[in-house]
Design a protein around this ligand. Structure first.
Ligand SMILES: [Zn+2]
Length: 260
């Protein structure tokens, strides 16, 4: 479902978000084996949504001493969220991910911390509540690449249930403030800066449009067609028609909270 990242260092492999299940984590390890015989030495999990971290199970089974990094706020949620996500993934796949156990991260990392792993610098970014309240973006400095988690999605309208619209805009700006040239979203294709600016502008346009019509006294249902008209450049994005109503409702609730 997601974009697992594989980074080769002098001392071994670093994996970012090994996927949605034991089975997808095993596929990541199979892919790693086609590239190198080196072991996996570390994993980063970008956030609490299970499609990004349930693959930890496979890495942990193969490398029980592996260090799994995440933001402390993400780590605080795994006990409750793990069984939920295993159940949800089984439901989505007709039990194709049977046997997956939630293996939580074991070491916290905060904004602006930099780790040196096998000669490469891994820098962590967290801008507060964005896609969730515990997002981590990871820049591999020497490679000029940054893994964005779901703070950025490639041309799709996808899950903001736990997110903040202005917070996500802030996370996009933080990613753009790095020297990275390759931006890897949680889902969809990797690209240059345009990937991040277009997702940021989509969220910002939507949020400002909702605020504008809220100030005129319209409910989320009444403003839907007008907000959709303001989002013309994004109407061809994946899931736009099925998800935009929900996004407008979520933005409406957040704008309402913000105005109190
Ligand atoms: Zn997510």
């Amino acid at each position: 479902m997601n974009n697992p990242g594989i980074v080769l260092t002098k001392k071994g492999v670093v994996v970012i978000d090994p996927g949605s299940s034991l089975q997808s984590g095993e596929m990541v390890l199979k892919k790693v084996a086609t590239i190198t015989k080196d072991p996996v030495i570390a994993v980063f999990n970008t956030h609490i949504h299970g499609d990004h971290w349930l693959g930890n199970d496979a890495i942990f089974r193969a490398y029980p001493k592996v260090v799994i990094y995440a933001h402390p706020k993400m780590m605080a949620k795994t006990t409750e969220a793990g069984p939920f996500w295993v159940g949800f993934m089984n439901q989505l796949t007709d039990n194709a991910v049977r046997g997956t156990k939630p293996v939580p991260p074991n070491l916290g990392i905060e904004n602006d911390e930099t780790l040196t792993l096998g000669g490469l610098h891994f820098k962590a970014y967290h801008s507060g509540h964005a896609h969730t309240d515990g997002d981590l973006m990871v820049e591999v400095v020497e490679e000029k690449v940054i893994f964005l988690g779901d703070n950025v999605i490639d041309r799709a309208v996808r899950r903001m249930d736990d997110g903040s619209f202005p917070g996500s805009v802030k996370a996009c700006d933080l990613a753009l403030s790095t020297k990275a040239e390759h931006f890897v979203p949680g889902h969809g294709n990797t690209n240059g800066r345009a990937l991040v600016t277009s997702y940021r502008d989509f969220l910002n346009t939507l949020y400002q449009s909702v605020k504008k019509y809220q100030a005129k006294g319209l409910t989320d249902f009444e403003m839907k067609d007008k907000v959709v008209a303001d989002l013309k450049p994004y109407q061809q994005w994946l899931n736009f028609n099925s998800e935009i109503g929900k996004f407008i409702s979520l933005a409406y609730l957040e704008a309402e909270r913000e105005s109190f």
